[in-house]
Write a protein that binds this ligand. Structure first.
Ligand code: NAP
Length: 280
């Protein structure tokens, strides 16, 4: 089988190697206004599932039927370009229970050596910093200490529990930053908060609640979406966005689309890039 990626839009018929397809994607990225450029990435099934319950566990995970190394490579290429990753408290709670699916990017395995080199060639720190969205501040310090070489900021609301802030800051190198008037992070304050911290390219790798907060606050510039051509069913599942209905709906015109016939085996996947940049 031809393992190259077939471009469907905007230049149908061109072929690309998988490796490098998403590298350099953010070189000319310009945010909607002041502040950093914020992008996110999901893989879903045709029926819109991003996660299903993991057998014998409390948590959900990306279904093995759709998770695949080719999409994972692209996920890592997007991370290689970031100054900051946005993750969630849930990830760190699961990491402490050994239920998190993978270490935060960049992955340490040899297959991503070229991405670490790519950062080094551009004078970037070896790894992006980490931001963690949390209202509860229920985050095990041990899980934060797994990333001793990376700056970690916990984003929470102004009414965050002072004792929990103290516990986190006394027991890890993470620092809590207020971004919102209530308990939760207010997406509409995110760009200003991250700009004040000096960030330019921010990659949100959390899940549906964080994405909802970004959309509500007009803090998403680009969405990468891999659709694995499989139907999964299941009644308890996560999809991209959870939270109250977005009024008005957020519209993200298609910027590019590719076909990867090589994975998942027997199905293939489409790789889409959505954003409003063309209209700016
Ligand atoms: N297929 C994919 O591409 C993909 C991508 C990402 C995630 N997933 C899956 O989706 C599932 C859910 O992921 P997730 O739980 O990390 O995602 P999430 O629903 O975005 O994050 C949940 C946690 O983030 C915090 N949070 C979210 N919005 C917040 C806000 N506005 N202010 C403060 N805190 C906020 C909360 O922490 P506190 O509880 O501490 O307040 C909450 O528990 C997982 O199974 C994951 O594997 C799949």
């Amino acid at each position: 089988m031809d393992e190259r990626i077939l471009e469907l839009y905007p230049s149908p018929g061109r072929h690309h190697e998988l490796k490098g397809l998403y590298l350099e994607q953010l070189a000319g990225a310009r945010p909607a206004g002041e502040g950093p450029f914020i992008y996110s990435n999901f893989i879903s099934s045709l029926d819109g599932r991003i996660a299903l319950p993991a057998p014998g566990r409390n948590s959900h995970r990306v279904p093995p039927a759709i998770a695949n190394p080719r999409d994972w490579r692209l996920f890592q290429e997007l991370a290689a370009q970031a100054d900051l990753l946005i993750s969630s408290a849930r990830y760190f709670r699961q990491a402490e229970d050994d239920e998190a699916q993978a270490e935060l990017p960049l992955g340490s395995s040899a297959e991503f050596d070229d991405l670490r080199q790519w950062r080094s060639d551009r004078g970037l720190p070896p790894q992006p910093d980490i931001a963690v969205f949390s209202a509860s501040l229920d985050i095990p310090p041990e899980a934060l200490r797994r990333y001793p070489d990376r700056r970690i900021i916990i984003l929470s609301g102004a009414t965050a529990d002072a004792r929990r802030i103290e516990a986190i800051e006394n027991n890890s190198h993470a620092r809590v930053v207020r971004c919102g008037e209530g308990r939760r992070v207010d997406g509409s304050q995110l760009r200003d908060t991250l700009r004040a911290l000096g960030y330019r390219l921010v990659y949100a790798i959390a899940g549906p609640a964080v994405l909802h907060s970004l959309l509500e606050g007009d803090a998403l510039d680009r969405l990468y979406h891999t659709t694995a051509h499989c139907l999964l069913g299941g009644e308890r599942f996560d999809t991209f966005v959870s939270g109250r209905e977005l009024q008005p709906a957020r519209c993200l015109p298609l910027q590019a689309m590719y076909l990867d016939r090589a994975a998942p085996r027997g199905a293939g996947q489409t790789l889409a890039v959505y954003g409003n940049e063309a209209s700016r």
